[in-house]
Design a protein around this ligand. Structure first.
Ligand SMILES: Cc1cc2nc3c(=O)[nH]c(=O)nc-3n(C[C@H](O)[C@H](O)[C@H](O)COP(=O)(O)OP(=O)(O)OC[C@H]3O[C@@H](n4cnc5c(N)ncnc54)[C@H](O)[C@@H]3O)c2cc1C
Length: 410
């Protein structure tokens, strides 16, 4: 009998790990532990289609029904159950269920896919009407507020905040986005590209205020009424969505001996996603890993495709460590704002960023990123098929000259 594989985190990376384990021939017991009570569900729709207006409540974007999960994967599903500790020497994960009962799970291999949780503002939990958007329950609350016609203020002009702003504007609601940086998304896509994304807000009537500092929340009778800024002004609000980033879910690993990143406490893995304990691998938003295509730079990605691919790889590597493969696919994400699709491949730090579409006199945005003499990134707005060609070029370490030639500039 093969030993038990335990997967902690019942979301995208965790589910993909379970599927890959069975596909790779793991016939032993398989246990999926998830803190949320919901079946594994897809997060991207939560800030997009799920927020759209409509009489009928949108369907929960669940990946599989419970029966399908049990039939397809023959696994023990422990939902509403949190992992609270890991003993890598005894190969035991301690879990605690919603009744407060603890249990020790023995594993032969373990996949950690606990993702990340949204950061929020101090005192946000003291007022109703203030939300982050990470979970299905968050999305339900935000949708209810939008249904009620809330004046919406989004704190942070990142991707998720911007998608919420788009959703609210599509319903014709007043929306203000407050961003501390002078240009949104500089760290994710660079300055020129951040400007291009900001223009989408302006074109759709969202009041984007950059370089502003939020100092607190205002409320009456326990309900939010506005957001205070450091110039003494207040932006009135019935709904405040805080989109100021996420923190990896690793508190439960504090005593495990696993190396946690000094900046954000994400798990530092090697290139095969091994965390440095026998049989333990990690995947998805929780992971920092050295990327071989970018000189071993440690990356922590918050991208759907990365979580799916790493979940699969982590399980395969855990089952066959002697032939473990590195995680090396080119990062990719998309984001939908208003009627536009932003897509990005590669990494944003670069020696040079060129707005190629401007040089070509074309309306739909195309930007290329150069590091040394190679193409290392590409961003497009509304060029859905082209981006994958650049993804392949980056994977093949194509030269900058090749990329410019392909784009039609020199
Ligand atoms: C609203 C929203 C929209 C998005 N849109 C896009 C998009 O358009 N494009 C894109 O590329 N990406 C998008 N993403 C990002 C993408 O969804 C994530 O990269 C992906 O969900 C990461 O998957 P994961 O399995 O690593 O982690 P998560 O999805 O964060 O799941 C981790 C799970 O582990 C559970 N957990 C945490 N700690 C414990 C514990 N101790 N014990 C048990 N369970 C635990 C959590 O409750 C959670 O259910 C979006 C994310 C959100 C939130």
């Amino acid at each position: 009998m093969q030993e038990r594989m335990v997967i902690v985190g019942a979301s995208l990376a965790g589910l993909r790990a379970a599927q890959a384990a069975r596909k790779a021939g793991h016939e032993g017991p398989l246990t999926l532990v998830g803190g949320e009570v919901h079946l594994p569900y897809d997060r991207p729709p939560l800030s997009k289609a799920y927020l759209e207006a409509g009489e009928q409540a949108p369907e929960t974007p669940t990946f599989r029904t419970e029966d399908e999960l049990r039939d397809e994967l023959d696994m023990e599903l422990m939902l509403g159950t949190w992992a609270t500790g890991l003993d890598g020497e005894r190969k035991i994960v301690t879990v605690c269920d919603s009744e407060g009962e603890t249990r020790e799970l023995e594993y032969g291999s373990l996949i950690i896919a606990t993702g990340a949780a949204a950061r929020t503002l101090p005192d946000a939990d003291k007022l109703s009407g203030v939300h982050t958007l990470r979970t299905l329950d968050d999305a339900k609350s935000i949708r209810d507020a939008l249904d009620a016609g809330a004046r919406t203020v989004v704190v942070g002009a990142g991707f998720i905040g911007s998608e919420v702003a788009s959703g609210a504007r599509k319903r014709g609601l007043d929306v203000t986005v407050l961003e501390a940086l002078p240009v949104p998304l500089v760290r994710s896509v660079g300055e020129a590209m951040g400007h291009a994304c900001a223009k989408l807000h302006e074109a759709h009537g969202t009041d984007l205020r950059t370089g502003v500092k939020v100092t607190g929340l205002q409320g009456e009778d326990g309900k939010v009424t506005g957001v205070s800024l450091d110039d003494g002004s207040t932006v009135p609000a019935d709904l405040v969505v805080v989109g100021t980033g996420v923190a990896p879910n690793t508190e439960w690993l504090a005593e495990s001996g696993i190396q946690l990143h000094e900046r954000d406490k994400g798990i530092v893995c090697d290139e095969t996603l091994c965390v440095g304990l026998d049989g333990v691998y990690a995947a998805g938003d929780v992971v920092h890993f050295p990327h071989p295509l970018f000189d071993g730079t440690l990356l922590r990605l918050e991208h759907w495709t990365n979580a799916a691919e790493q979940g699969t790889l982590a399980a395969k590597n855990a089952l066959n460590p002697a032939e473990a493969k590195p995680a090396k696919s080119v990062p990719y994400f998309w984001s939908d704002w208003y009627d536009s699709r932003i897509q990005f491949v590669g990494i944003p730090s670069a020696d040079e960023i060129r707005v190629v579409s401007e040089e070509l006199g074309e309306e739909n945005f195309l930007g290329l990123y150069r590091t040394g003499d190679r193409i290392t990134g590409c961003i497009t707005i509304d060029r859905p098929t082209q981006i994958m060609k650049y993804r392949r070029m980056i994977a093949q370490s194509k030269s900058w000259t090749d990329a410019l030639e392909f784009a039609g500039v020199s």
